[in-house]
Each structure stands twice: as structure tokens, then as C-alpha cells.
Design a protein around this ligand. Structure first.
Ligand code: PEP
Ligand code: MG
Length: 594
């Protein structure tokens, strides 16, 4: 099933935010002469990074390279062994170098891939295969296939790492075969990158001036690829069935807000897309200053950061502070042990100094599940996402929590910053009390709060709020636990749609409880980065929104066009719906006055 591009397409692009996007009717579009090429003109995936682009499809070079089998002679063994070792080391070093270049969250992901390549057991397996007559490339291919099967069968959580492992294998095998590395296509014209799934090694180095946007067949809204796309600021649609069938060179219009990909848009559709893009650009340019609705209801817009390296982008986007400082990256980079108190003080101080008058919400270490730390996370848990993670890990290692809280207290000393500290994965009042006690014991002068990521915390938010001063909704995990759907599994991406009314109900419960207690309730999950949904969240009573820096201008612009009453009406319409897509359409229709 392919779709042929008519010749001579121009490529044009327009960045911007979601607003009043029209949805085109779905029609078949086969080639009448050959009968070939039945493909819908409108495909729907999940929009995970805002903006609209129209451009030609270029596929990622991710084809699996299967080296031929050949029995080597005994004399060749040392040579093959050397080739294998050199290739593994070169690929690992390249991944590390890409990580250093990319910085931020991408670096941790690429480092993890470099570690996969250097895994001593894997290298031993490769050498065993070479010793019995495999070529270096075949030995790497077979050893990684065995490793892959183990990973894929080890539960959904580890299965999520298979794409990263495949990328490592493709890179080593390509190097040994002397063929180009899989990855971003060579093109001097801008294009829409299409792939089954994007490996972090490639997304981290995408050139936004050439890559207009990307579309993947797999992945979900909280997958690595989605997070990296947002940090690059290119529109992206994931979990789009049929993406890999799009023929090279086909023109597609990608709306990274609605998740709609229009194949071969006709002149009217193109005009409509450009009009939307223009409207969004104008709205972006005209909205400045602190976040607020058009009738002056203030909603602080804060940044999610992974460390000091992300601060510049947050300041540039006009963030009014940090709403989520994910401190685990500091621990992931720390060579298998907790970073020293001194190292932590330095990192925290750099962030706090960047927002002298602003608000900085630091989340204490969130280890376990999708962020395992060898020295803290139990090795054999049947369900890591339901196991010892987040605050549960810290309560089992009080010395780690104590050191982190002490480091935060020292980092804030003498600064006028408005420090808030929160715990991840809090389930009930007892958890909240244990965290608040630990903060007090460490002599921390800050506001203490908790993340609402587990439905029980939302259901009993008033009780939780007896112990702490604020709530922050982690909608990524809250969706995972509400729908019992692992956030790392692409096939379950539908459940990660933050528009799901059940999730909105829980947000409303938490926000109402905070309102009744006179306390604040922000959102720091990916939901806050969707401009339309941001309006709905505000309508539900959420008091601040925290997101990747790139999304802030889009959210600010959208919010500045709506009154509080409109946001409330959109929120009610969304909650009255039966599914995520209907909720979005209902809110859209209220906000565009239909
Ligand atoms: C969340 O779960 O929504 C959240 C913000 O935390 P993380 O994505 O780091 O788990
Ligand atoms: Mg979370």
C-alpha cells in the first residue's frame, strides 16, 4: 500500500499553535489507473508537539540490516574479535558524543544506549559466537537478537527499551558492514521525517531547519521521542497507523496539535493549514508577559526542567519559574550511587539563582519504574510501575532523602527565591505526612507539596492537603494508573491521551479540594503543554501550568484569547464527553464559539 506523490511539489512550513483546526473528511485516494495506492487522505495519530507543517515525506533509514551467515576459519577469529570490539566501542563513543552535544534529557537516554552497547555480558556473548565461526557482524546481530528477545519477553516495562536496543544493533552492524548509519536521511531540502519509531540517538540531533516535523507509527505521548520532539520544538504526531506506508516524497500536512496528518492536501486544504499557521503565529507574537486569561485571571506558566542545562530555554520562553525540576537526571548521571550533597547543592543553586524572584518547585528523586536506579530500585519486581518507586523508594532509603533535602536547604540559603519541594508518587495522607515530616526534620524552609499521580491521592485530595500546602498533578502517571495502561507501551497510547474524561474528573476533584482548602493545585504533566487542554485545565480550577519550555508561548497565547468563563464552559463540555477525542472536539467547539 503506497501513495504516489504527484511531481513538482513545493514545500512550505508554518509553525504555530493549535487553534480552531478544521478536520477534513476521510476519503479513499487510490490510483484509478493501477488500482494501487489505496490510502486515506486523513490519518489520525496523537499530536505530541505543536505546530503545523506541510512537507515531503522522507523515511528514516531504520531498515534492519541482516548480515549474511558465513563460517569463518580459525585464523580469522582474532581479527573478527578485534573488529567487533572496535565497532562496539566506536558506536558507544559516538552515542556518548551525541549525548554531550544534545545535553538535557536527551543525554541521559543516549548514555543509557552507550551502556547497552558496552554491556560486558553482551560483549562476552559476541566473542563466544565469533569463537565458533561467526563473522563479527553476524555475531553482533545474533547476540543482540537474543538480548532483544529477553527484553521483549521481560514485561511491558523493559519491552519499551527494545527500540533503543534495535538502534544500537543497527549502528554496530552498519559500521561493521561499512554502510551508512541508520538515521536521519541526507537531504538539503526540508522534509517531514517518517519512521516506525525514532531512536533517541537521531531525534537528539535532528536539525530543526531541515526537519519540518516528524510522524511515527509507534510511540505514545509520553515516550522518549515525544518528549524530545517537544524539546526540539518541531511538530510531531505519534502512534499514526499507516505512517510507514507513506511513500517517500509524498506531501503531507502535519498538525502536531490535533494529531491529524493530511496526505496530499489539495490547494484548499493547504490554504486552510497555512491560514491556521498564520493565525497561530500572529497570536504567538502578540501574547507576552505572565500567563493570564483575557479577562485577567492569572495562571503562572512555569517550566519543566531536568537540570541547570535547561534553564536558559526556560528563561527565554518567559517562564515565570520552574514548576517541575526532575532531579533524577542528577542521580542517573552519578555513576551508580547518589550524588554527593556538595554536587547536589551546586546543581540546585544554579537553578535557584536563575529565578531570583520566581518560584521553583523541586521534585525529590523519582526513582523506579521508568526511571530505575540500580542502587535504589529493587532488581526483581513483577510490576515496577506498581512497585517501590517515587516516595516509596525514598522512605525505604531515608538517608538519600535526608541528603537531598539538606542539599536543597543549603542551596536556597540567602536567596530570595520562593522554593517549593514536592514528592512524587504519593498515595495518601500517611505518605504526605511522612514527606512533610522529613522536610521539617531537614530544616527546610520551603513550601511542601505532593504530586497527584495516583488516583487515590486525587480521590482523597482534601485529606492529603491536611499535611501539605500544594498539589501538583502529574498527568502522565495519573493517566497510567487511572487506565491501568503502562505509559511506555506504544500499543496502549490511546489510554495516555490526557483528554480522557476520567482523567479530567480526577483533575477536577484535586483542584476543587485545593480550592476548598485555600491551597494551590498546578499541573506539571504533559497535559499542560497542550494549549487547548491548558484552557480546559484552568476551567477545572487548576492554578498553574508547568511544561517543557518550548510549549510556553503556545499556551500563553491560547490562554490570552479565552475568558475564564469560556474555559469553565469548555471544561464542563469536555467532562460531559465519553472519550478523549470527543472531549477535545467538545472543548474546541465551545472555545471556537460553534
Ligand atoms: C507525571 O507523571 O505527569 C510527571 C510529571 O512525572 P514524570 O513524567 O517525570 O513521571
Ligand atoms: Mg510521574
Amino acid at each position: 500500500m503506497t501513495h504516489r506523490p504527484p511531481a513538482g511539489r513545493e514545500v512550505f512550513a508554518g509553525g504555530g499553535q493549535e487553534a480552531g483546526t478544521s478536520r477534513h473528511e476521510t476519503e479513499p485516494a487510490g490510483d484509478p489507473e493501477t488500482g494501487e495506492g489505496e490510502m486515506e487522505t486523513t490519518l489520525r495519530g496523537i499530536g505530541v508537539s505543536h505546530g503545523v507543517v506541510i512537507g515531503e515525506v522522507r523515511h528514516m533509514g531504520t531498515a534492519e540490516l541482516e548480515p549474511p551467515t558465513r563460517q569463518t576459519t580459525r585464523d580469522e577469529v582474532p581479527h573478527e574479535r578485534r573488529r567487533a570490539r572496535q565497532a562496539v566501542e566506536a558506536v558507544a563513543a559516538d552515542l556518548t558524543a551525541r549525548g554531550n552535544l544534545a545535553g538535557g534529557e536527551a543525554q541521559a537516554v543516549l548514555e543509557a544506549q552507550a551502556m547497552m552497547a558496552r554491556d560486558p555480558e553482551l560483549i562476552a556473548d559476541v566473542e563466544r559466537r565469533i569463537a565458533v565461526g561467526s563473522t563479527a557482524e553476524r555475531a553482533v546481530y545474533d547476540a543482540l537478537a537474543a538480548y532483544r528477545a529477553l527484553l521483549a519477553g521481560a514485561g511491558d516495562y523493559l519491552a519499551g527499551r527494545v527500540a533503543d536496543l534495535d538502534d544500537v544493533r543497527n549502528r554496530i552492524v552498519a559500521r561493521l558492514l561499512g554502510v551508512p548509519m541508520p538515521g536521519v536521511p541526507n537531504s538539503d531540502r526540508p522534509y517531514v521525517l517518517v519512521a516506525r519509531d525514532l531512536a533517541p540517538a537521531d531525534t537528539a540531533l535532528l536539525d530543526p531547519s531541515l526537519v519540518l516535523g516528524f510522524v511515527t507509527e509507534e510511540g505514545g505521548p509520553t515516550s522518549h521521542s515525544a518528549i524530545l520532539a517537544r524539546s526540539l520544538g518541531v511538530p510531531a504526531v505519534v502512534a499514526l497507523r499507516g505512517a510507514v506506508e507513506l511513500a517517500e516524497g509524498t506531501v503531507v500536512a502535519v498538525d502536531g496539535s490535533t494529531g491529524v496528518v493530511t496526505v496530499d492536501p489539495d490547494p484548499e486544504q493547504r490554504e486552510e493549514m497555512l491560514r491556521i499557521a498564520e493565525e497561530r503565529r500572529a497570536a504567538l507574537a502578540s501574547a507576552t508577559g505572565p500567563g493570564a486569561t483575557s479577562d485577567g485571571h492569572k495562571v503562572p506558566l512555569l517550566a519543566n526542567i531536568g537540570g541547570p542545562a535547561d534553564v536558559a530555554a526556560a528563561v527565554e520562553a518567559g517562564a515565570e519559574g520552574v514548576g517541575l525540576f526532575r532531579t533524577e537526571f542528577l542521580f542517573l548521571d552519578s555513576g551508580g550511587k547518589a550524588p554527593s550533597e556538595k554536587k547536589q547543592v551546586e546543581a540546585y543553586r544554579q537553578v535557584l539563582e536563575a529565578f531570583p524572584e520566581g518560584r521553583v518547585v523541586v521534585r525529590v528523586l523519582d526513582a523506579g519504574a521508568d526511571k530505575p536506579l540500580e542502587f535504589l530500585t529493587p532488581a526483581e519486581e513483577p510490576n515496577p510501575a506498581l512497585g517501590v518507586r517515587g516516595l516509596r523508594t525514598l522512605l525505604g532509603h531515608p538517608e538519600v532523602l535526608r541528603t537531598q533535602l539538606r542539599a536543597l536547604a543549603r542551596a536556597a540559603e540567602g536567596l530570595p527565591v520562593y522554593l517549593e519541594v514536592m514528592a512524587p508518587m504519593v498515595s495518601d495522607r500517611a505518605d504526605a505526612r511522612a514527606f512533610a515530616d522529613a522536610c521539617r526534620d531537614a530544616g527546610l524552609r520551603a513550601k511542601f507539596g505532593v504530586m497527584v499521580e495516583v488516583p487515590s491521592a486525587a480521590l482523597r485530595a482534601r485529606s492529603v492537603l491536611q499535611e501539605v500546602e500544594f498539589l501538583s498533578l502529574g498527568t502522565n502517571d495519573l493517566a497510567q494508573y487511572t487506565f491501568a495502561a503502562d505509559r511506555q507501551v506504544g500499543a496502549l497510547a490511546r489510554y495516555q491521551d490526557p483528554w480522557q474524561p476520567a482523567l479530567l474528573d480526577l483533575v477536577a476533584m484535586a483542584a476543587e479540594a485545593a480550592g476548598a482548602e485555600g491551597k494551590s493545585c498546578g499541573v506539571c504533566g504533559e497535559a499542560a503543554a497542550d494549549p487547548l487542554l491548558a484552557c480546559v485545565l484552568v476551567g477545572l480550577g487548576v492554578t498553574s501550568l508547568s511544561m517543557g519550555a518550548k510549549a510556553i508561548p503556545y499556551v500563553r497565547a491560547e490562554l490570552s484569547r479565552r475568558t475564564m468563563a469560556q474555559c469553565e464552559r469548555a471544561a464542563s463540555a469536555a467532562r460531559a464527553s465519553d472519550g478523549g477525542e470527543q472531549a477535545r472536539a467538545a472543548a474546541q467547539s465551545v472555545l471556537s464559539g460553534e
